[in-house]
Every structure is written in C-alpha cells, then in structure tokens.
Design a protein around this ligand. Sequence first.
Ligand code: AMP
Length: 214
Amino acid sequence: MRLVIFGRQGAGKGTQSKLLAEHFGVPHISTGDIFRAAISAGTEIGLAAKAIMDRGDLVPDDVLRGIVAERLAQSDAADGWLLDGFPRTPTQADDLDQIADPPLDLAINLEVPEDVVVERISSRRVCKAEGHIYTANDPSARSGICEVDGSAVVQRDDDTESAVRHRLEVYAEQTEPLLARYGESNRLVTVDGAGAVADVAGRVVTGINDGLAR
Ligand code: AMP
C-alpha cells in the first residue's frame, strides 16, 4: 500500500496518518517531522530549514527529493508507505513519480474548511520527542508534559498566526493544484475531514478501500 495524504494545514493529516499507518502496517513518513527532528538534532539540513519553516515557506525541492528518496529506500518502506507533507509542488510530484517503485496507489485528500483549520491550528500543541498531537485543553498540553513519552509539549514555531496564514496561501497556490493530477489518473480519494477523529478515520479507511477497488 503506497499512499500520500493531502489537506491544508490543520486538516488532521498528522493525526489521521498515524492511525492509518498503524491500520495498514506501513511507515508514516512526514517530511515536516523529518525536518523538525533535523532541527532538534542540529544537523546542517535542520539549520538551513529552520528559518524557511518559521516563515511558513517551502524548503527547496532538491532537498526534499534527496530526503524522500533516501527514506523510501529504507527496508521498513519496502512493502509500502504513507507520505504526509510530500509532494507539495509539481516538481515534487514529478520526483515522486520517479522515486516510487512500485508507483503510488492512492492520494487521499482530507477536506476541512479554512475557518475550521485556523481554529484547530491555533490550539494545536505537539510533543518534542515524537510529535504526538494535542489540543490546548488536553491534560498533556496543560501540564506541558507528553503523556505518551514524557517529553515537553509545546506550540510549533510555525503555528503563529502570520506563518499559518502564509502556509495556507502556499498550500492553495502550490499544493492544491496537484489534486487534479491524481484525479486524472483515477487515484484521488476525497474524504470529509470534519468531526471526531475516529469518525474521520473510518471514512478514510472506507475511502481507501473503495479507491483501491475501482
Ligand atoms: P508540515 O509539518 O507538513 O506542516 O511541514 C512543516 C514545514 O516543513 C513546512 O511549512 C515547510 O517549511 C517544511 N516542509 C515539509 N514538507 C515539505 C515539502 N514537501 N516541501 C517543502 N517544504 C516542506
């Protein structure tokens, strides 16, 4: 099973991806998580990406190509993967066509209206170690300590209002047009991402199974 998940920031991609990856037994590969880990580790890529990410801009395509090609070549990705946050530009979609062998099976579009996502992002909190996601009112967010791994729970540096607005613009301009491309090759599944996490997860799995059967 080779999948990518699309959706504007705050649509629930990270949360749904973790559930989906578990359900289908494939690794969840989030390019944003890879960059955040690189920043924490202080690597060269992390240092270069930090300022770009904090502004809400995109890291250059050639950097992504190398990272994704290397990650998909690892043994845990031999039988499938779920990509979250890649591709984000037409060049990245071309690169994925070249890298993915066997090719991508389906693209999932998690659809949530813009006013709902702005609200969700402003209350989003994440843990530093593994990116577990909380809302501001969850006990882990209130205590500042992740209930799963004990690391600090913080607001992402790029979840500020101005960076969020810019990221939504970048998504609309550069990423959303890619959906048509997957639609044309009959590989697009669109799912309503509003509502409770478990309900959305059920709709996503049904959508994927229907998409694979057609
Ligand atoms: P995300 O966690 O997917 O929202 O990604 C956070 C940030 O990481 C983005 O706003 C970009 O700055 C950077 N990033 C993640 N994935 C990509 C990508 N495929 N192309 C360019 N930049 C990316």
